[in-house]
Design a protein around this ligand. Structure first.
Ligand code: AMP
Ligand code: MG
Length: 391
């Protein structure tokens, strides 16, 4: 059995690049940009008014000004501002030659003669100068960033209508267990609905990878081996759930070996999730996750998700939330690192959710995150600050 930290280092050291592809920027949300994006223009690309008002010369602020033109957004000014002159200008319009300030409408007064008088001598310039945000050739998004909606705007405005991103790792999901049935059936006797594979498919999708479900395989070594071989052949990562706890029908580690997988570890000092297996095959990384849905959920979040991101070149740092515990917390055994699902109360205190163990998946939707209690520590004091890793 190895520590969680060692398990994570082994997984993260096993990274393999998945290569890149070029896609339209409109499809890039959640993808990881694989080379720096540069701007093909200055931004703004012209001296732009940031207010509705009058384009004037600073030197003429004390004069009553003649209006020589109206400049809407999208039209070029035709006239140069001379002494004693101004142009009416709209937000986003090009500032005319000669003007070096836009005085906002509210700071002016139109005289009965039609001339404009400036009431506020301390008016700001209200001009966004060409290139002040971005210069042509500037890097606007750096390689390794996971693309968000605001990045899509950056790509659109800088002419990056196609973008080079990391390929999505292809991930195969297999459920093992003769007791498992599909969710649309009603369990009879000791049958259990397969919830893990659908949970995993959703976790894969959320991580920005591409999942393929291989269905339920019975606790049969031959059958499992043949599905595992096929999944290894077709994917970058294979996740199999169930069959790893060393019960009489738990033969997954031996199936992995027969499929040519070199097992790196098969026990982690963590609860829940101890019987987690990780192995390397020349064609794919292979995880054997425990059958219980909470264990499978947490081990995916803690071990598989960081690997997916690493393979895509994304340096993921889930920001911990540091908050105090509302009550003292004691755990029965501190042999392994403990993963405790917790809620954050309205007054920003941390409380463990009611949780009956690793089969109790319906407790997890009540949790805002998990706290990780190191092995060897069994008591957390009331008021002690804990790091909540958001879910
Ligand atoms: P195992 O890891 O195969 O020993 O399974 C541990 C527990 O998890 C057993 O109670 C299984 O019935 C349950 N289990 C296994 N696979 C799944 C699954 N895909 N979905 C929901 N529960 C499962
Ligand atoms: Mg099983």
């Amino acid at each position: 059995m190895i520590s969680f930290e060692d398990a994570l280092s082994i997984v993260m050291a096993s990274d393999r690049s998945v290569g890149t592809e070029k896609i339209p920027f409109t499809r890039a949300l959640g993808r990881v940009i694989a080379s720096d994006a540069l701007s093909d223009i200055d931004m703004p690309s012209f001296d732009k008014s940031s207010m509705d008002g009058f384009a004037v010369r600073k030197a003429d602020m004390h004069l009553d000004l003649e209006v020589i033109e109206t400049i809407p957004a999208g039209k070029s000014p035709k006239k140069k501002i001379g002494k004693g002159q101004c142009s009416r200008i709209m937000t986003g319009a090009m500032v005319p030659e000669g003007a070096d300030r836009v005085v906002m409408v509210e700071d002016t007064e139109t005289l009965s003669t039609g001339l404009i008088r400036i009431k506020n001598p301390f008016s700001k310039d209200n001009i966004s100068f060409r290139g002040e945000d971005v210069k042509k050739g500037d890097i606007v998004l750096r390689q390794g960033r996971m693309i968000k909606p605001e990045d899509i705007a950056v790509l659109a405005s800088t002419g990056n209508t196609s973008v080079v991103v990391s390929r999505m790792p292809e991930m195969g999901v297999i459920s093992t267990g003769s007791e498992l049935i599909e969710p649309n059936a009603i369990p009879a006797g000791s049958q259990v609905r397969d919830s893990n594979s659908y949970q995993l498919m959703a976790q894969i999708e959320r991580a920005g990878a591409s999942g393929k479900y291989y269905g339920i395989v019975k606790d049969d070594e031959e059958e499992t081996l043949s599905v595992v071989r096929k999944a290894i052949d077709e994917n970058d990562i294979v996740i199999l759930t169930g069959g790893v706890s060393m019960g009489d029908f738990d033969f997954v580690p031996s199936v992995f070996r027969k499929a040519g997988v070199k097992i790196q570890f098969d026990r982690i000092a963590v609860q829940p999730g101890k019987p987690t297996t990780f192995g390397i095959h020349p064609d794919a990384f292979v995880f054997g996750l425990p059958g219980n849905p909470v264990s499978s959920f947490m081990q995916f979040e803690l071990l598989v998700r960081p690997l997916i991101y690493k393979m895509m070149g994304f340096n993921w740092n889930p920001l911990p939330i540091k908050l105090p515990l509302r009550e003292k917390y004691i755990r029965r055994s501190s042999e392994r690192m403990g993963l405790i699902p917790v809620a954050i109360t309205e007054d920003n205190m941390v409380v463990p959710v009611e949780f009956h163990g690793s089969a109790h998946i319906s407790a997890i939707p009540f949790a805002d995150g998990i706290i990780m209690i190191p092995a060897g520590k069994d008591t957390l004091e009331k008021g002690e600050f804990v790091s909540v890793r958001p879910l």
